[in-house]
Every structure is written in structure tokens, then in C-alpha cells.
Ligand binder design. Sequence first.
Ligand SMILES: Nc1ncnc2c1ncn2[C@@H]1O[C@H](COP(=O)(O)OP(=O)(O)OP(=O)(O)O)[C@@H](O)[C@H]1O
Ligand SMILES: [Mg+2]
Length: 379
Amino acid sequence: MAGVTLEHITKRYGDLVTVKDLNLDVKDQEFLVLVGPSGCGKSTTLRMIAGLEDISSGNLFIGGRRVNDVAPKDRDIAMVFQSYALYPHMSVYDNMAFGLKLRHTPKEQIKKRVQEAAQMLEIGHLLDRKPKALSGGQRQRVALGRAIVREPKVFLMDEPLSNLDAKLRVQTRTQISKLHQRLQTTVIYVTHDQTEAMTMADRIVVLKDGLLQQEPSAPQELYDHPENMFVAGFIGSPPMNFFDATVTGSGENLILDAGSFQLAVPPMYNHDMAPYTGKEVVFGIRPEHISDARYTDAHINASNKAVVNVEVVEPMGSEVYIYLSSGAQSFQARVDSRTRVRPSDQIEVVFDVDHLHVFDKQTQVSVLKRANVERPNRS
Ligand SMILES: Nc1ncnc2c1ncn2[C@@H]1O[C@H](COP(=O)(O)OP(=O)(O)OP(=O)(O)O)[C@@H](O)[C@H]1O
Ligand SMILES: [Mg+2]
């Protein structure tokens, strides 16, 4: 087992810099998820750790050893890709055993490891089949098995679930989480799917344009305290709503004026927002912190209201997603399933201002200092 450290890692292709001065400390046995939009440098980062891509500058350590110049096969890592690329003419058993045979592992040991891995992945009954006789999910489990039998110090996974349909993706996701608990190995997992990141990670690394967006943090911490608009909008589904607003009022009574409605700024934000008085900001609020005024929880301050237009209604069973508009602003709310509204209705909604996020309009960085934000522990 081993930790992985990236020290000022940069990747250049000619003039194009695709990973920019990345510093990461992946702890031993940690499940770290790299997430970000297409092209942000996730695969490049993973491939540099694997040794499949040269590092332009910086140092890479696996288990305390500098490995910049160590061949991939000697790095004690195993990689699982999106396309599982099994050998079609070999049985599941032989596919899983192949890497070990190449390394001249004794036959008995190969058998033991393949059987253990197959049992863990619930593919023990499929060992004699050829890949073409397997479902997509089963094939992906064989690919995982092939990595497990190597008993690597670090698993690297690049979007291993993206070829699976929605249901299988959720199942296999759970299986990988269980596997991690059982094997207690370091995992670095790449995805563009924030739900996978939220559900699987010990800590999440958000990348955009090759740049780290926020100190790697636990999923809930990123969700509750995003440090810029990109992280705020990327983590969470449906995503956070953003509104242009002007800070008005004075002293203890600051107001966020969004044009068609106004919100009273909670006292805990006064200190950080005072310098923005008279200026424009962007405030953010998640869909679950906007409620139908008729069903707002008693402990939420209900005075921050707006009358809004209903555009689209999506019943989800346990709750209802509604798309709303107020003046020029469109936004989304997740409201109580008792809310029976129809498109073009007008309703009154309450904004739970204890869960506001406020960003500098130019820099898009949060103006609220983490130390000053103590949000009530309710959703
Ligand atoms: N061999 C190459 N030569 C030039 N540019 C490259 C090369 N490989 C990757 N890139 C560029 O580096 C950037 C990062 O690519 P990378 O594959 O790491 O993205 P990613 O975050 O994994 O995206 P995706 O979610 O689409 O897989 C992209 O802009 C890509 O075009
Ligand atoms: Mg990629």
C-alpha cells in the first residue's frame, strides 16, 4: 500500500499546457476522485501517474519513491480504463490471469488470486466464458478483476463506468466502493460525473482547464462550502442557482437586491459583505433551499419571499423539481411533493438565506470566509 504525491506537476504539449502546477497528496488507502469537465486534464494526470505519459516538470512519488523515470510496469500500479479491452479469444479466467502469467507468477498462486478476485466481484460462475458471452457490466468486472489480481499498491481508474447503462453504473459504483473497503488500497478515480465523485470519494479534486479549483476536500465540505462559482455550479445536481444582485442597505441591515425580489443578508455574513455595499455580486442558492411558501419548514425564516412564475414541473415522486422565473432570472427549486403547481401558475417561494453563497462578480471567488459561515445543519 502506498500514498501518491504530485509536486508541481505540469504537462505541456508544445505550447499547450494541459495540467498546470498540480500539487496533490493522496493518502495511503484513500479513495481520491478527480472530477471536472471534458478536456480539463483528468486522464492526462492519471496517465502521468501511471507512467503512460511523460511529466513535463515536477516530481511524482509513489510510496515515497520518486518515480518520474520508473517504467509503468515497475510502479506497482494497476489501471482500469473506460474501454475494458478484454482479449476476445481468451476465457474470463485467462483474461484475469494473463498479467500474472507474463510475470511468471506460480500457477497455484495465479489460481488462488483469480478465484478470490472472481468471488469478490461475483463472477466466479463466469470464469470459463469468453468476453462476448458477457454483459457490459460483467465485462467491466472482469477488467476490475484483472487489475485486482495484480495486488497493486495503487489503483488508477479512468471513467470505468461510463460504458455502462444507468442502472449498472449505480450497481458497479457500489461494488467498487465495497471493493475499496475490502482491499484497503489507494484508489485514484477519474470521472466527469459529479454524482460518482460525491458518492465514492473520500476527497474530491476539482479540475478546470488543468488547474486545481479548491483544496481537495470531503464531498460534503465541497458541497457546503465551494470557494468559487465553478465548484459551486459543478458539484450538486440539480445545480446551484445563481442570481445577479446589488448589495444595498447599511450596517447590520444589508440587502441583496435581485431586482424582482430582495433578500435580507443574515448577520453572520455582514462582515464579509460590507465591503461590497453598493456593488454588484452574484449570489447562489441550491434548489433544496428554495421552498413553496405553503410548505416551508417552521424553523426557516419565511420573510425572504418572492412571487415567481412556474415554467416547468417535474414530479420525482419524493419531491418535485420546478423551473421558475422572476424578472429576467430563471432558476430551479426542489420542493415538497405536496406542491401541486402547473406551468404558468404564480406561486410564492421562500429562500432559506442561511444557505446563501455570495461571489465576487469579477473574480467569481466566494466573498464569504469559511470561518464566518456556520450553516444550520438541516437541508
Ligand atoms: N497527445 C496530445 N497532444 C496534444 N494535446 C493533447 C494530447 N492529449 C491530450 N491533449 C489535450 O489535453 C487536454 C486534456 O486532455 P485529457 O484527456 O486529460 O482530458 P480529460 O479531462 O480526461 O477529458 P475527458 O473527460 O473528455 O476524458 C485536452 O485539451 C486535450 O485535447
Ligand atoms: Mg479523459
